[in-house]
Design a protein around this ligand. Structure first.
Ligand code: ATP
Length: 135
């Protein structure tokens, strides 16, 4: 099975780097499955887990927006924040979710409501990723 290099990078660090057989992301236009030798492509990403497939093993990485660039033999994902499942602090994500929900329930300016909505999505995505593993 052919492979391509997948890199997931934030301003702080390289979160993930492996040779993978397939990458599945949620682009703004919908779900995208990328196989080796895919045509070059750049797309913004939604706040959602990215799936990296190596053989029969799927690894999920929480990626909070950003962009994916597909090159000839490499996929690079650049995001403000991203975490491996093992690095997700569940109680922190629960607290962030409650905080965002509280803020959304209050009357907020559009900009603050938007920030709370984004924070809620990040927290839900982190929690979903961890929950998914337990199924
Ligand atoms: P919080 O309000 O808890 O900071 P947030 O969604 O606002 O959550 P971000 O701005 O997305 O946090 O991320 C800031 C940094 O903290 C990033 O490096 C991110 O990877 C990390 N981070 C945020 N929440 C968690 C979490 N629940 N578990 C592990 N790392 C986290």
């Amino acid at each position: 099975m052919s492979t391509m290099r997948l890199e997931i990078v934030t301003p702080e660090r390289k979160v993930y780097e492996q040779d993978v057989n397939m990458v599945v992301v949620k682009g703004v236009g919908g779900e995208l499955g990328i196989l080796p030798h895919h045509i070059p492509l750049v797309t913004p990403l939604k706040i959602a887990p990215v799936k990296a497939k190596i053989g029969n093993t799927d690894t999920f990485i929480a990626v909070h927006g950003g962009f994916m660039e597909v090159r000839k033999d490499k996929v690079v994902i650049l995001a403000e924040a991203a975490e491996l499942e093992a690095d997700i602090d569940v109680s922190r994500a629960r607290l962030a979710k409650e905080r965002a929900e509280r803020r959304l329930a209050q009357k907020q300016s559009d900009i603050n409501a938007h920030r709370a909505e984004m924070a809620l999505r990040r927290a839900v995505s982190r929690l979903e990723l961890v929950e998914h593993r337990k199924e």
